[in-house]
Design a protein around this ligand. Structure first.
Ligand code: THG
Length: 391
């Protein structure tokens, strides 16, 4: 008999403020709007809920939601060697990238392990922003650029994204800016500003069709951290007639949609092939980049683990660990780990994301997942989940 494992209790802790933990330019606005729990991401506070997860999900799926993702910090690379330096830091072929375009990319280490999965923006004047997930890439980029002798400047600029997501996001953003934004392609952007009152300077920002949901929307990359509350207020006011409300990167929607959470779904030894990012990794291009040889080898050998969806019996109670990943077993042997688990309103099922050994990945294969009360049955499925209505 396998012993049910011992569990750390899932709980929220109080967080002591300190100068080591940064506050976002929208921090005061998010508190005023009722933010009730935060996480720390890139050493900055980020709201994760306003206390009504159902309403937050509903706004994102059926209406429009706004959320503070200032913690998605930027690393800016500029200077004569910016193209070569940014390519060297990226595992994706960037040779055709043009100004005004963004791309979802992987940054890997020399062993082909994924360090980050940023959205990369190519700005005017040959500048770039890596819009980053939660890892210390500023240190990495500065060190690599310097040691390789690239003629570039690597900084963290004063840039703080605010996301506007949901099926009504486009109407709202068109009203705030102009009808022309409707023709922006995914991850493309414009460098613009938002006029909020005749006597006030417009708020400088980059407007990009992007955001961590599959419901459509934009991100407003604020370029003046002293004006976060003004920008929040302007979006909230214009959004009123669309029923806008505050939200956060949505754990339920993103699992349903199969969006990657670096550091949540990945482990320090994950390759991009194991993280559903294989199609964004190009080890056979001419340009050199970090991890190229290792990635070519991993691609040839085939990844040892894969990300999969899980459909879990029951409501998932007692299954998510606060301090480690939950084990997945098959035939009495551990074959993987569960990284995220949610109750999906659109599927009417408890679903999760996990990593399992490649040889056990066959849609429908039965597995068992550990829980506080014993082992719970689950089946594997490929990603993304098939949602009713295809959204
Ligand atoms: N926006 C911005 N910065 C970010 C994120 C963001 N930095 C951190 C984090 N999110 C980076 N990770 C992701 C993960 C997925 C996507 C974007 C950023 C994403 N993926 C789509 C998908 O996988 O289907 C589209 C991929 C594609 O078509 O290329 O959007 O959200 N500013």
């Amino acid at each position: 008999m396998r012993e049910p494992p011992k569990f750390a209790t899932l709980l929220l802790v109080k967080l002591a403020m300190s100068p080591r933990i940064r506050q976002s330019p929208y921090y005061r606005s998010t508190l005023a709007a009722g933010a009730s729990a935060f996480t720390v991401y890139n050493k900055m506070l980020m709201p994760i809920t306003y206390g009504d997860l159902e309403a937050e999900y509903d706004r994102l799926i059926n209406g429009v939601s706004m959320w503070d993702v200032a913690a998605e910090r930027q690393v800016q690379v500029e200077g004569p060697d910016a193209d070569a330096c940014v390519q060297y830091l990226s595992s994706r072929d960037l040779s055709k990238m043009v100004e005004g375009q963004g791309k979802y990319i992987a940054m890997c280490d020399y062993e082909g392990r994924i360090l980050n999965d940023p959205v990369l923006l190519k700005l005017s004047g040959g500048r770039y922003w890596f819009s980053l997930a939660d890892n210390d890439m500023l240190l990495w980029c500065k060190a690599i650029a310097h040691e390789k002798g690239f003629d570039v400047r690597v900084t963290e600029p004063d840039v703080s994204p605010l996301a506007v997501q949901g099926p009504k996001a486009e109407d709202l953003v068109a009203e705030l800016f102009s009808e022309e934004i409707r023709s922006l392609k995914y991850f493309w952007f414009i460098e613009t500003s938002l006029s909020i009152a005749p006597e006030t300077d417009p708020i400088p920002l980059v407007l990009c069709r992007s955001g961590w949901s599959k419901q459509g929307g934009f991100e407003l990359f604020l370029q003046d951290g002293s004006r976060g509350d003004e920008l929040w207020e302007a979006v909230a006011a214009a959004g009123q007639k669309y029923g806008i409300g505050p939200g956060a990167p949505n754990a339920v929607e993103r699992v349903e949609s199969g969006l990657l959470s670096w550091g949540g779904d990945t482990t320090p030894d994950s390759s991009p092939y194991e993280a559903m990012m294989g199609k964004y990794v190009h080890p056979h291009i001419e340009a050199d980049f970090i991890g190229k040889a290792a990635l070519a080898r991993i691609a040839a050998e085939g990844p040892k683990r894969l990300m999969v969806g899980l459909i879990v019996e029951g409501d998932g109670a007692g299954m998510l660990m606060s301090d480690r990943r939950t084990a997945i077993y098959q035939d009495g042997e551990q074959v993987g780990t569960l990284a995220a688990l949610v109750k999906s309103p659109r599927l009417g099922k408890t679903i999760g994301l996990g990593q399992v050994r490649t040889e056990v990945v066959e849609a429908g294969d039965p597995v068992e997942v550990e829980s506080q009360t014993g082992w719970v049955g689950a089946s594997l499925t490929s990603l993304p989940f098939t949602l009713p209505g295809g959204t």
